[in-house]
Design a binder for this molecule. Structure first.
Ligand code: PLP
Length: 390
């Protein structure tokens, strides 16, 4: 049996039509398949590979930490230098109310941790989330997901979750003294890059303060410079009570985090003790890799280049078949006439050596979320292929 058949036979599948390219190497902004065909990667593992594939600083950090130790003990008991160093570095770049980091294995687990923390510290149960939001596939995170098609098959889900449109006054009005937290993406990614309105963000923050509700911002996809600033919330002048990170946090290794104040986080230590535990969360190799990626991002001033690269994409993506381009930094949604057109174009692009995908709640759009290290030349090349395939 060839590897494709083995892949289909022995790996649980997530759809009936996986992309199924057999990638054997990845370098910079390129994926290379078993036939040595190169694909320009404009999806970056879905906003994970911000500092490019095979980044030497990240690989060196992984090697060094692997030689020191891999797993030694469940999260939270022993002092592990990579966890401490990374938490310190992250908090140096966050507001003073976000100084305590709980590392998890994934984004969804960070969401689960935040749900528990919000309920535990407010003593309330209700949660407000948005339509067309994605927060992960575990049962709690799935309960927050804003689309009935994806939720319904897995009911009963977590009770007490109420969904409202992003940017809607109804969402603000619904926040009350029973609401433990509001969970939103700072920029809605799977909705096909939807941005919050400044006024709505202000009112959201104010209403949360007035009702004692925690504001949880999910920056799992839009954090680490993707929007043009290190954190998306910086652009809206508000600070969340709990920040969720994942994806690029691990520099290509699995890692998530929920971050809040020390005082709030202490609620997970007592009554019950070990109120939230994980074996592998904050794996030392993931923390070492993530920290190396974060250092690279800052030292090379990569975030500073995001706005101009974004403008270049938008200026080049002009074609009668493109209905619109929605963008926030290097997160772009190229809207075509319908989902069929997007799928057809993506398949043509793959043939021509350009790799991307669609969005969960915007199937008519092509996703652009490349490594932030993508060069101007590569952006021009990607746009030329995309326009040709249209
Ligand atoms: N939140 C957002 C905004 C995401 O985009 C994702 C994953 O795509 C998640 C949470 C879940 O992260 P993970 O797949 O690591 O569980």
């Amino acid at each position: 049996m060839n590897i494709r058949s083995l892949f289909l036979e022995h790996l649980a599948q997530t759809s009936t039509a996986p992309v199924a390219l057999h990638i054997v190497r990845a370098e910079g902004t390129y994926l290379i398949d078993a036939d040595e065909k190169k694909y320009l990667d404009i999806i970056g593992g879905i906003s994970v590979c911000n500092v490019g594939h095979g980044n030497k600083a990240v690989i060196d950090a992984i090697k060094k930490q692997s030689e020191a130790y891999l797993h030694i003990m469940v999260y939270g008991e022993l002092i592990q230098t990579p966890q401490v160093a990374y938490a310190q570095m992250l908090t140096e770049h966050l507001p003073s109310s976000l100084q305590s980091v709980y590392f998890t294995n994934s984004g969804a687990e960070a969401v689960e941790g935040a749900i528990k923390l919000a309920r535990r510290t407010t003593g309330r149960t209700d949660i407000i989330a948005c339509q067309h939001s994605y927060h992960g596939s575990t049962t709690g995170a799935l309960s927050l997901l804003g689309d009935e098609y994806w939720r319904n098959a897995f009911r009963p889900l977590m009770p007490g979750v109420w969904h409202y449109e992003y940017n809607s006054p109804e969402l603000i009005e619904a926040i009350n003294e029973r609401t433990a937290c509001v969970v939103i993406e700072t920029v809605q990614a799977e909705a096909g890059v939807r941005l919050p309105e400044q006024d709505w963000m202000n009112r959201l923050r104010q209403k949360c303060d007035a009702t004692g509700t925690l504001l949880v911002l999910d920056e799992i996809q839009c954090g680490f410079g993707r929007t043009g600033t290190l954190w998306g919330f910086e652009q809206y002048g508000i600070v969340p009570d709990i920040l969720l990170l994942g994806k690029a946090l691990g520099g290509g290794m699995p890692l998530g985090a929920f971050i809040s104040s020390k005082e709030r986080m202490m609620a997970l230590t007592d009554n019950p003790v070990l109120g939230h535990i994980t074996t592998f969360g904050g794996h030392p190799v993931s923390c070492a890799a993530g920290m190396a990626a974060f250092q690279y991002l800052l030292q090379e001033k990569i975030v500073e280049s995001v706005a101009s690269k974004s403008e270049l994409w938008v200026s080049l993506l002009k074609h009668p078949k493109i209905k619109s381009v929605r963008s926030k930094g290097l997160l772009l949604a190229v809207a075509l006439e319908n989902a069929e057109a997007a799928l057809h174009t993506l398949s043509r692009c793959k043939e021509e050596g350009l790799f991307s995908d669609w969005f969960l709640f915007a199937a008519d759009c092509i996703r652009i979320a490349p490594p932030l290290t993508i060069s101007e030349k590569e952006i021009r090349e990607a746009c030329a292929i995309l326009l040709r395939c249209l």
